[in-house]
Structure formats: structure tokens, C-alpha cells
Design a binder for this molecule. Sequence first.
Ligand code: MTE
Length: 349
Amino acid sequence: MYEPGLIPLSFLPENKEFPMSVLATRITPNSLFFLRTHAPYPEHIHLQRWRLTVKGCVRRTIRLKYEDLCALPHSTLPVTLECAGNKRVFFEPKTQGIQWGIGGISHATWTGVPLRLVLEMAGILPHASEVLFEGMDIGPRTDLPGSFSYCRSLPLEKAFHPDTMLAMYMNAEVLPFKHGFPVRLIVPGWYGMASVKWLRRIIVLDHSFQGPFQSRDYVLLEQPNDYSNAVPVTRMQVNSVIARPIDRDVLRRGQHEIYGVAWTGTTPLKVVEVSTDGGETWYQADWVDEEEQYSWRRWRLNWNVLIPGEYTIMARATDGLGNSQPSKTAWNVKGYMNNSIHTVHVYVE
Ligand code: MTE
């Protein structure tokens, strides 16, 4: 029997795509959830010795054991995670970075402690402005000497948002090691870089954090090294992809289903339209899934094709604010946030 697997893009550090062409359920099984890592995995984690430290601009530093977090109130939320580099392969001219296709995205149900509970336990001081999250993975970079742990900060408002979570479970299983065990951050509606894995320290800051994963990566640059005009990557854009048919498929004449998935950051989706003639005519697709905040939504369209030849199939999502996917996303040096219309070419015999 055919067993789908992740699509490898790099092995050390490990980066692998969700195989979008086998999309079957709304929830991505943990074994098929895409993997994005910047450094080798952290060394073996001794859970007995592991602590989550909360310090900085707080009334009291706290050090939480795994059991302490287990004992705090938990909430559960389905959230789609999309890497900011998803669909980078479609940028022309090519940009730097791992050439993600359409599978740098997956969907899971996350369970854990609302972050604000832990921040309230430590007590934020009035001059605080940001919250920094430090992962346990450390690695070199190509642009700077030395080694860096994966660190990112959030503005206070997002850190205190009731849905921002310290996740300990993924799809009702203990968080898998490669997805950040024992505890990772989940920042719903933002691109995946914000959801720091393998947490060990949370530091409340009174200034803006400038680490390389914050100020050099995950920023939109029009010109190489023009960091003074960098725009940070935050909220996910309206987007969609066609899961099936796959690009360069050969189909028989007759009935086919065009099937895919659409998503946005914080606003709801409104419609997905599909074209089979390269964008001349558009038809409204049917939703497979209910609307659910932070969750991708599968869609489908029946296609009865009678004339043999080449067809160009396109899908275009629009959100509730009227933002539609562009035919071409504005190019940026590091190739982030590509939400251009996904196109596949098929041949009908
Ligand atoms: N956290 C740590 N500690 N190290 C990382 O390399 N990668 C980030 C984020 N959190 C990363 C991290 C990026 S860019 C993404 S897209 C998501 O984790 C991917 O999460 P996943 O590997 O569970 O899919």
C-alpha cells in the first residue's frame, strides 16, 4: 500500500514539506506535518532538569517545571502553521533560502497553557514592551560569525492575546520532539517563524529585540542588506493552493474534482474561485470544511472536461476584507509571503 511521507528539502538541519498532493483530512497527521528547523536539533532534553524560566521586566523570576505547566489550566485551539517561505519556489527571479513548494504549511489542534497566564504569574512591570522567546537549538549562520540560538520576540499585545499559547500537545499527542517538545509557542494567525519550538526562556524586555532571526530574517527587503527599510513579517496573507490535480498530470476526458485548501491570518475567508482556462473564466468552489478561525479550509470544484488538450488551472482566494491573491506577489530579497495565485498545468487525453 502507498504510504505518503514528508518531502525532503534538506536533511541537516531537517526541512521537509507536507505532501500536499495527498491532502485528505483537515487535520494534518503529526507524521506528515511539515518540519522547519534552522539548526541541528537540541541535545537530549532531560525533562527532570528542564525548566521554563520567565525573567526580565517582571516582578519575580519564575522557573516552571514540566509538571507545573501540566497543572495549569489548558486550552485547545486548531491553528494552521505556514512557513513564511512557503511557495518561495515561485518567485522570479529566484530568491535566497530553502526553495519551499506548496507544502510549507500544515494544520493541527494544539493544547497548552495560555501564555498570558504564565506572564501574569511573573507579573509584567510597567516599562515592559516586548516578550522574547528562546529555543534550545543553537547553530551557525551563513551571514554572521558565531552560533545563535533561535530567539524571537512578540509585542506585548500579541503575547497577551488569549489565543497565544504554550503548546504541550499536538493533535492530542504529547508534542513530538521535532515539533518542539517539551513546550513550544503557538502564535495563531502569524507566520510560523513566531511559534518558537523547544522553549527554555521567556524574557520580558523594555526595548526592541534585534537578534538575527528577528531583524535579518523574516523581514521584507527590497534591496539586499537594506535592513534600515526592513518590514517585519507578521500576519499570514490570504492564500490557497491546488492539491489535486498535480502539476503536469495527464487526465482522461470526463468528470474530475479540483481540490485544494485556502487560508488567511486573522480575517475569515470569503470565497475561492477556480479557473480552468488560464484565468479567463472563474467558477466559485464549494467549501469542504466549516469556517473556523485560524484554520485552513478545504474546497472543491467539479470539472467536466470533454475536449482533449492542455489546460491551465488556477485557484484564487479572497478574504472578508476583499483582499484577493495577486497573480504575482511583490518580490522581496528573502522570498517571504508568496501568496500569488497557484497554477497547475494538466493534459487531457
Ligand atoms: N523554533 C526553534 N526553536 N527553531 C526553529 O528553527 N523554526 C520556526 C518555528 N519555530 C524554528 C522554531 C519556523 S521558521 C517555523 S515555520 C516553525 O517553527 C515550523 O514549525 P514545525 O517545524 O513544527 O512545522
